[in-house]
Design a binder for this molecule. Sequence first.
Ligand code: F6P
Length: 546
Amino acid sequence: MKQYAAYAQLIEHRQRLSHHSICELFEQQPDRFERYSLQATGWTLDYSKNRLDDQALATLLGLAEQTGVLSLRDAMFGGQPINHTEQRPALHTALRSQHTAPLEVDGQDIRPLIREAQQRMQRLCEQVHNGLWLGHSGKPIRNVVNIGIGGSFLGPLVVMQGLQNFQHPDVNVHFIANIDPADMLVTLNQLDPETTLFIIASKSFGTQETTRNAEACRKWLQNHGVTTPDLAKHFMAITSNIDKAVEFGIAADNILPMWDWVGGRYSLWSTIGLPIALGIGYDRFEQLLKGARSMDLHFCEAPLEQNMPVLLGMLGIWYQNFWHARSHGLLCYSYHLRSFVDHIQQLDMESNGKNVNRLGTALDYRSGAIIWGGEGCNGQHAYHQLLHQGNQLTPVDFIVPLRSHSPEHQPQHGILVANAFSQSQALMQGKSSLQITDELQAQGLDDAAIEALLPHKIIPGNRPSNSLITEQLTPFSLGALLALYEHKVFVQAAVWGINPFDQWGVELGKQLSDTLLDRLQHPEALADQDSSTNGLIRLYKSALDG
Ligand code: F6P
């Protein structure tokens, strides 16, 4: 990234703009909102409250151009093996495409595969929703339990929570993810085994948490009288490892395919989305795909300066690489988006948490940001203090649906929206020593008291934020939002020159856990680890000895 002319120019722009506050930029440009906001796919991005002017923005977009973002984008959509360390394409966009022209992977046109899988999903939904899928005792399925973790869990979770107002009346969707038995027990304790369908969602069918949970849920069914032949009525699998699913005992007809050319964190659009379709209906799942498709088209067609994923991605790079921000916050002013950050954490940090470029050379600049955040207004009473008076730059995105799904409660929803807008304004404006002095004097404090208190009450302001606004959270608008962040992550990876589609870093922990599990479970096991780990193992064993 540093070799491009735009990089050096951006360092100069940052230096220049460090002497100008965001409020000053608004004074210079009264129409700043009109100049630094854009609409696409039902979303408005207001990026006016940034430490940015026309020159810096043009140079940021120049960096995107010079680093080849658009040609890499076309390579991704075109099915090139851009996930080069796994020799795979990344074709999550094909899952929501309506193109019919052949799209080949390893010589095979994948479009018929996608269509067939979607038709199977649709038939499964019809069976369950029409009460035709019966459990071992002849009762229709009423509860679907997704057993999966990471990308086999978070995307469907976010969508099911996000679209709670579109829930199918007869089907409840639950999620078991963690190996902590409490996660499973909390769910099983509320379920009737006769009306429960488990979906084992695992691309590899080798993730320890998922396979152990699946075994425990199978035992739960058997403990409730479900005999082996009837297990097929209560189990499905979504995986690319068909053999291991059959080995587990899943009927071949109950296995939906996943493909290597879809990364786990990009897979909610695939058969991994079955719990979504079962939970909200296949038609609405198609609306979700349609929203993502419209963002894909926008990403592919909009000019750089009007391209929402490019702008969001480059603004992140502006702060991460030129203003030395270390993290990026997502403040979702919607109860239904309370888990949105969890999914974007995996999407962003598992994609861009890399330290070498595509050639394997160590990066001499920062790559993926630490993504954090949560639900507004709750965050205002938790971590906003640091945003307002901390001493590190922490850019944030406000994500705000404007209309409640309960019209009678719109006035209360309006309070939520007012809070989002006021927090964004407060971060920009802050509160000056003059304003605070006037306030304290009006409260009757003497000069000494004011002098002592003043530095503690000043709010620096000049803190950047983006606002992403949509009229209402719907399958379409949520699909577009999720695709927006997928493409934001892609843009940043392209500029940083990294591969966002592999995740070799997660392998070591999995390998070590197998060894340590052995040491934990066998009293006579050798204390052959480092002294910390040996000490921790001893603690576990003594805890069990009571
Ligand atoms: O965290 C590693 C990872 O492989 C993720 O990329 C993936 O989403 C998750 O584990 C679950 O993997 P699988 O779907 O193969 O069980």
